[in-house]
Design a protein around this ligand. Structure first.
Ligand code: TK8
Length: 343
């Protein structure tokens, strides 16, 4: 009797071990992320709103596509409005593996890999189509690839857009009108050097601190695309918007390398395909909202003027020194290749 019981116990132990071993290594890499066999969760952090900003709407489209195309195997959790941090701290979270995906503006990304500085040059792009061609082309991909050396994988470029200047002091009709204005810029050496060259008094600051600083008048103004001037409510603390298009800012959709490497190659392909799909939707949405939100702000009484061609030509002239100063950090060959394609 004792012998039979031992044999049965032994057999039971053997079956359980085999079963357990089967679960561990079942098929693809990156399964069993959160206990449900094969399920994957992607935690996404973003600095602006999910519902109203064009970047947020692009992320919602990405979520919709990935969850549909993976038949629910991959779920995407969106955290907007800087809940998880600002552009820089969320990139650091990707490097530590405590966050999976984020969508910063390219300007703070340059602190992690200098190749991204090229996008911060003033008046580099004059049309959205030009930007698409460079960003989706060989040059854009080459810059994106430089993220891997800092343990991040770049998926594609969404659009933040052409930036305009707001302030509470006076309409900006000439370069001289910028003199001494305390303008918030992103934390980026080229943006700072450019506004200095144009005579303003630039102050670098994370996005989620700007509204309070405008309200408390520690700032006179800031610069962002119309969609964010509206979505972040900056227009409520400003009197004037000057359409200047002095910078174009891409958003960079990126995933932590540790997360990416933990995924199966099928899941990697699916996520890349849906990122590219969501990109198209997001850019279209951004271009539509750029005018729509500007009109909403006009209706709410903010004064809008267009910077004159003469003033833009003068600002371009004053920016030449900025191009020369940062060309070595960007990489002269990388810069020339992009400038040649824009001729
Ligand atoms: C939001 C920022 C924002 C950018 C800025 O996280 O900081 O002014 O335009 O979009 O990335």
């Amino acid at each position: 009797m004792k012998k039979i019981v031992c044999i049965l116990m032994g057999a039971f132990m053997l079956v359980t071990t085999v079963l357990l071993a089967g679960c561990g290594s079942g098929g693809d890499k990156g399964t069993a992320q959160n206990g449900d066999a094969g399920k994957v969760t992607l935690k996404v952090g973003f600095g602006s709103s999910i519902d109203n900003s064009s970047g947020g709407q692009g992320l919602k489209k990405f979520k919709e596509l990935v969850e549909k195309d993976s038949n629910g195997k991959i779920s995407v959790e969106l955290y907007g409005d800087g809940q998880i941090g600002n552009d820089k701290s969320m990139m650091e979270a990707l490097q530590m593996g405590t966050l999976d995906i984020t969508l910063p503006s390219s300007a703070p990304v340059a602190e992690f890999t200098k190749a991204f500085l090229v996008y911060d040059l003033p008046f580099l792009f004059t049309t959205p189509e030009q930007a698409d061609r460079i960003l989706d082309g060989e040059s854009g991909k080459e810059v994106l690839k430089t993220l891997e050396k800092v343990n991040i994988v770049g998926l594609c470029y969404f659009e933040n857009g052409f930036r305009n200047i707001t302030n509470s002091k006076r309409p900006i009709n000439s370069v001289e009108d910028l003199n001494g204005l305390k303008i918030r810029t992103m934390q980026n050496p080229i943006h700072l050097a450019s506004f200095k060259a144009w005579g303003a008094n630039p102050l670098p600051m994370p996005f989620n601190e700007v509204f309070t600083a405008l309200e408390q008048k520690t700032l006179d103004g800031q610069e962002n695309p119309n969609t964010l001037i509206y979505d972040a409510g900056f227009y409520e603390a400003q009197k004037y918007i000057t359409i200047s298009h002095h910078f174009y800012t891409p958003y960079v959709l990126m995933i932590s390398k540790s997360k990416w490497d933990s995924l199966s190659s099928d899941d990697q392909k699916l996520i890349q395909k849906d990122a590219d799909e969501a990109k198209k939707f997001q850019r279209e949405t951004n271009r539509k909202l750029d005018t729509e939100y500007l009109n909403k702000m006009k209706d709410k009484g903010i004064q809008v003027n267009e910077l004159s061609i003469e003033a833009i030509a003068q600002m371009k002239e004053m920016s030449k020194a900025v191009y020369d100063k940062f060309a070595p950090e960007i990489g002269q060959e990388r810069l020339n290749k992009i400038l040649d394609q824009l001729k």
